[in-house]
Design a protein around this ligand. Structure first.
Ligand SMILES: C[S@@+](CC[C@H](N)C(=O)[O-])C[C@H]1O[C@@H](n2cnc3c(N)ncnc32)[C@H](O)[C@@H]1O
Length: 342
């Protein structure tokens, strides 16, 4: 049986892997296959150091919070392996830290990572880009398995100098310290169309607590109503859907931090009918954004409603039994006729 590497070897291996993979992520963002291999290399190291297995689907249950689900440690570990998601976040976060260094010269940039998961995947590799004198992070997760895992990881890889704290807490109710405020708050606790998980509640809680000039990432999450159509079947091309967006259902970010209200949208006149979908765009930072088939968190969500055109739609966000948008449809003609009989 091969011997486990010594802690020093594992730590050195991790630094080499972070360095090589981050160069790839920055210099060759179009190399999705190589980035996929790179995040799998990180995963092998994280798995070895923590024992958290991203493929152990029954190993660690989700936690139900009043604001949605907190994923179990395995499912949260799995997020790392969505290469495009991880790469876009890491580029955006690094860019944001560099901008904050300009804004706050000479200060150590303090980061709150709300929902860090078992590996703190969206910050840990950045230890090769920023020294522990330049940055420090406060890791927070509501799942004790994930928190214990990330603590094990930081000990195993000798990364404790970058840790301000690691804390078991619900980020949807967490009160940020005012004595040493954070420069950057980061949370990726979401599924497409802001369903099921607690991202929205976390943003509604933390965004108003930011100090002036601090940043929240992702900078914005935008949900659009869309008509989904399938190309006609052909033997040469595998059909894929197209999406015609027709209005914003909701947007949240540092410049728009209101809770969801009821949103009315009218479907335009359609040349061919289609299905009602919600599309999601996540702007991590500046031009680093995810949408469509990039990742599971932006895949279009089918609302299983056929549209013929000119319908009036009413969107509401419901928190129970599962967070997410629901939609009621009323055809203009029906509304008109019912008001005419009054
Ligand atoms: C989708 S996973 C992502 C993990 C990691 N952020 C990443 O991007 O790889 C979300 C993590 O956030 C945690 N989480 C979800 N809701 C939370 C909340 N309200 N407070 C604290 N942690 C939360 C979950 O336990 C899980 O570890």
């Amino acid at each position: 049986m091969p011997q486990a590497p010594s802690p020093a070897t594992l730590a050195a291996e991790a630094r080499t892997a972070f360095d090589q993979s981050l160069r790839l992520i920055h210099d060759h963002p179009e190399q999705h296959g190589l980035i996929h291999a790179a995040v799998h290399r990180w995963y092998a190291l994280f798995h070895q150091a923590t024992g958290v297995d991203a493929f152990d689907y029954n190993g660690s249950p989700d936690i139900a919070l009043p604001s949605g689900l907190a994923l179990g440690a395995s499912a949260a570990a799995f997020c790392l392996l969505e290469g495009q998601r991880t790469a876009v976040f890491l580029r955006g976060i690094e860019h944001a830290i560099r901008d904050l260094q300009q804004q706050f010269p000479g200060e150590r940039i303090r980061i709150l990572y709300a929902g860090c998961g078992p590996y703190a995947s969206l910050l840990t590799p950045l230890i090769v880009r920023f020294s522990a004198q330049e940055v420090g992070w406060h890791l927070l997760d509501v799942n004790p398995h994930s928190l214990q895992s990330v603590q094990r990881l930081y000990r195993a890889l000798d990364l404790e100098p970058w840790l301000l704290a690691s804390q078991l807490a619900d980020a949807a109710t967490f009160v940020m310290p005012t004595a040493e405020p954070f420069h950057l708050v980061l949370s990726e606790t979401m599924q497409r169309a802001l369903q099921n998980e607690t991202q929205l509640a976390i943003m509604l809680n933390l965004l108003p607590q930011l100090q002036p000039r601090a940043l929240f990432l992702p900078q914005s999450i935008s949900i659009q109503g869309a008509v989904q159509r399938w190309q006609p079947y052909s033997t040469e091309v595998v059909p894929s859907p197209t999406f015609q967006t027709f209005g914003t259902v909701y947007e949240i970010g540092q410049h728009s931090m209101q809770p969801p209200q009821e949103t009315h949208l009218t479907v335009p006149t359609l040349s061919t009918p289609g299905g009602l979908s919600l599309t999601t765009t996540v702007t991590v930072y500046k031009n680093e954004a995810l949408s469509g088939n990039d990742t599971s968190i932006t895949l279009p969500k089918d609302l299983h409603q056929q549209l013929r055109g000119n319908e009036q739609l009413l969107f509401r966000y419901q928190w129970e039994p599962h967070p997410g948008f629901v939609c009621e449809v009323a055809e203009t003609s029906r509304i008109l006729s019912s008001s005419q009989t009054d």
